[in-house]
Design a protein around this ligand. Structure first.
Ligand code: BTN
Length: 240
């Protein structure tokens, strides 16, 4: 069920309430404290985009497999954009890109219940009809900027929800290897030369060779050494 609000602090906060159920979607027109990754805020023009959270209760999944939920969400977005003839890619770990620009941001939050994941809140900000962005944002785009078309936001939301439940059902049925190979097929800059930076500021050049099923990014350097990085251990250096 879609629960619509004019204003919330963050849809991810609202989605923590126990009265919501698996499959529910919390959609807010305006967020007064929309959260991004790494403590950033998420900015979105009112009436132009979608900011929402989808609730899953993957009690069948141990916490060490939480990356598979990110794959589910990212693939549902790729599937949806494909239906609108937009070829998007997954920039490891949580962004959806069209060309070299970001069209969707994903913020995953999990609540543990004993040995398993009790609730997953998939917070999604997708730029749909917005054409001008705050200059502080590094490389934003929208569906409209990609195709020149205007979109019905509620229809986009329903399609995302449909694909999300389809991909989630694949996970529940144990189709992990298909999900992972689909994720790799859609991986941004896979097998391409790319510049990266490390938390200490060092830059290096390498080729993305893949992502491990549990989420580590694999990069091979010129010297032939393969390195594995977890979330926040490496950043892409992109030209704007
Ligand atoms: C990022 O790319 O930094 C992640 C952005 C996630 C934004 C969405 S908007 C809906 C949901 N509620 C939030 O507060 N954040 C997520």
């Amino acid at each position: 069920m879609i629960h619509y609000f004019e204003q919330l602090t963050s849809t991810n906060d609202e989605a923590t309430h126990s009265n919501y159920r698996e499959g529910d979607i919390i959609w807010a027109e305006r967020q007064t404290a929309g959260r991004g990754q790494r403590g950033h805020t998420w900015l979105s023009d009112e009436g132009a985009n979608l900011t929402f959270s989808a609730i899953l209760e993957p009690t069948f999944l141990p916490p060490q497999e939480q990356f598979s939920l990110l794959q589910v969400v990212a693939l549902a977005l790729i599937d949806t954009l494909k239906e609108y003839d937009i070829e998007a890619k997954i920039k490891w770990t949580n962004d959806i890109y069209v060309g070299d620009k970001k069209v969707v941001g994903i913020l995953m939050e999990h609540k543990l219940q004993g040995e398993h994941i009790g609730r997953t809140i998939a917070g999604i900000g997708i730029n749909i009809n917005q054409t001008e962005f705050d200059p502080s944002l590094p490389n934003p785009t929208s569906m409209r900027l990609s195709t020149g078309k205007q979109y019905d936001r509620k229809e986009v939301l329903k399609r995302i929800a449909h694909h999300l439940m389809h991909r989630y059902e694949m996970l529940r049925q144990g189709e992990n290897s298909t999900l992972h190979s689909d994720y790799l097929q859609s991986l941004y800059k896979r097998y391409m030369e790319q510049r990266f930076s490390l938390p200490d500021g060092t830059h290096f050049q390498g080729i993305i060779t893949g992502v491990e099923p549990q989420g580590a990014l694999k990069i091979t350097t010129h010297e032939g050494a393969e390195h594995k990085f977890l979330f926040k251990e490496v950043e892409f250096v992109l030209k704007n």
